[in-house]
Design a protein around this ligand. Sequence first.
Ligand SMILES: C[S@@+](CC[C@H](N)C(=O)[O-])C[C@H]1O[C@@H](n2cnc3c(N)ncnc32)[C@H](O)[C@@H]1O
Length: 280
Amino acid sequence: MTPEDTEHLAALLKQRSGLILGSDKTYLIESRLAPVARREGYANVAALLTALRTKRDEKLIYTVTDAMTTNETFFFRDKTPFDQFKSDVLPALAKARSGDIKIWCAACSTGQEPYSLAMMMEESRAQFPRVNLDILATDISERCLEKAQAGLYTQFEVQRGLPIQMMVKHFEKIDEMWRISPKIRQAVRYKKLNLLDDLRSVGRQDVIYCRNVLIYFDIETKKRVLEQMATLLADDGYLFLGAAETVLGITDVFKPMAGMRGLYIKNQAVGAQPLRKFGS
Ligand SMILES: C[S@@+](CC[C@H](N)C(=O)[O-])C[C@H]1O[C@@H](n2cnc3c(N)ncnc32)[C@H](O)[C@@H]1O
């Protein structure tokens, strides 16, 4: 791998997905791109990177960008953001809204996060008989969205984080795989969306889950994404970030909710700025 090729890759990834390659980049590039090099018929990763730089082939650029994203996720990941949703967010919004409660999972990977919310709503049906969640789940990766939409998971995937009663209730075993019930699957709408783009098409939301994606971006990109999200979130809405993420030191359009780790509300003292186009 020449320094020229790795620098080109790093610039490309930052521009296309926001991903900043860290100090372990040689290992990451090798491990993520070796299968792509094999599949695409290149002798090794170095040859793939040279082709990427010299050919400017959009399909190859997309394949490489996709392979470099981290899609790690599992049902009810970290538990707390789902407990907080059930104990505080859902009761508050159920009281404040007469229509649907709109939720956006902004980097949904293979669907475990939005499906966890849909299952949780189903389990809370007796307590909130009139509430309907309108769940929009987006991701940059078509490969992830296809898997999410299919709702088909391996034994390993359904065993990670999913309580056994929920697995039995909401999944059906099909050969070696587990398929989520049509009811839960239909509760989630999927759409391809790059968080670096103009996000206005998402529309007004009551709750945003943006978990474990901002960690891959630089501060300027995190700020742009968070400030766009503030313009979309209802004034009494909620933002969930991942356990390793924060708004502190990045933007003051959100503030942490006291005693609620990972949960943020709009900072009314600041107010969201009108949406500017990314890069303007
Ligand atoms: C680690 S997963 C997080 C999944 C889920 N939110 C969770 O916490 O379990 C990160 C996801 O962010 C997506 N992603 C990365 N860059 C993105 C971008 N610029 N726009 C939208 N999604 C992006 C990846 O494709 C990946 O599926």
